[in-house]
Design a binder for this molecule. Structure first.
Ligand code: CA
Length: 228
């Protein structure tokens, strides 16, 4: 089933661009130009993500976000605004936004943030209840970071732990380097895709046979796949 995204944006050009780009990525998109209507749509429908402009006719984005959260809806909200001042950002986050994008923005950045927010919200629902991952005679404790590895017991770094956790949530799925960067490093750091490769080498050294990987597979031209 396609993921559903609600876009609340009164500017014709931006709304149309966002709608088209999201549709091309395979999302079901509902677009409204009015804040009030946006709030009504969220009450009556299930969405996986809301792209919410701040400056809107009717109710502004901050009022809409407050209304959505007050009703107990946890759908991730990506806020858009022309204003980049800290006060607006703080108000946005306080009203319940999960992430923030200042106009003008690049479409690839919007799409990356949409993907990351949806994956994060779905990941937190899918996360295995057991805190310890076991595979191929190795273990990783996601609470403490303690692991049994080819190099004996050790404590993983935050990034190493986050990376293993990401793979554990998506066993058998191909994760692209861009997906991995989004999820583990987020948008604020500036690591390159090469960073991901280096971390993968490290994971193989700790948990796999680097010459003949059984768990952390490279999928040429696409990314990596974890097989427990
Ligand atoms: Ca606007």
């Amino acid at each position: 089933m396609a993921l559903r995204v609600l876009v609340v944006e009164d500017e014709e050009l931006i709304g149309e661009m966002v709608r088209l780009n999201l549709q091309e990525e395979g999302y079901d998109v509902v677009w409204t130009k009015d804040g009030e209507t946006g709030g009504d749509l969220v009450s009556a429908n299930r969405f996986d993500l809301i792209v919410l402009d701040i400056m809107l006719p009717g109710a502004d984005g901050i009022q809409v976000a407050r209304r959505i959260r007050k009703k107990g809806t946890g759908t991730p909200i990506l806020m858009l605004t022309a204003r980049s001042d800290t006060a607006t950002k703080v108000a946005g986050f306080e009203s319940g936004a999960d992430d923030y994008l200042t106009k003008p923005f690049d479409m690839p950045e919007l799409l990356a943030r949409v993907r990351a927010l949806i994956r994060r919200s779905q990941g937190s629902r899918e996360i295995p209840s057991q805190a310890v991952l076991r595979f191929g005679g190795k273990t990783v404790n996601f609470e403490t970071g303690e692991a049994t590895t080819n190099e004996g017991p050790l404590v993983l770094s935050e990034k190493e732990k986050a990376l293993v956790e990401l793979f554990a949530r998506h066993p058998g799925e191909i994760l692209t380097r861009a997906d991995i960067l989004d999820e583990v490093w987020g948008m604020d750091a500036l690591p390159t895709e090469r960073t991901v490769d280096n971390f993968m080498l490290r994971l193989r050294k700790l948990f796999d046979d680097p010459r003949d990987p059984k768990h952390f597979h490279t999928i040429r031209g696409r990314g990596y796949r974890f097989v427990p």
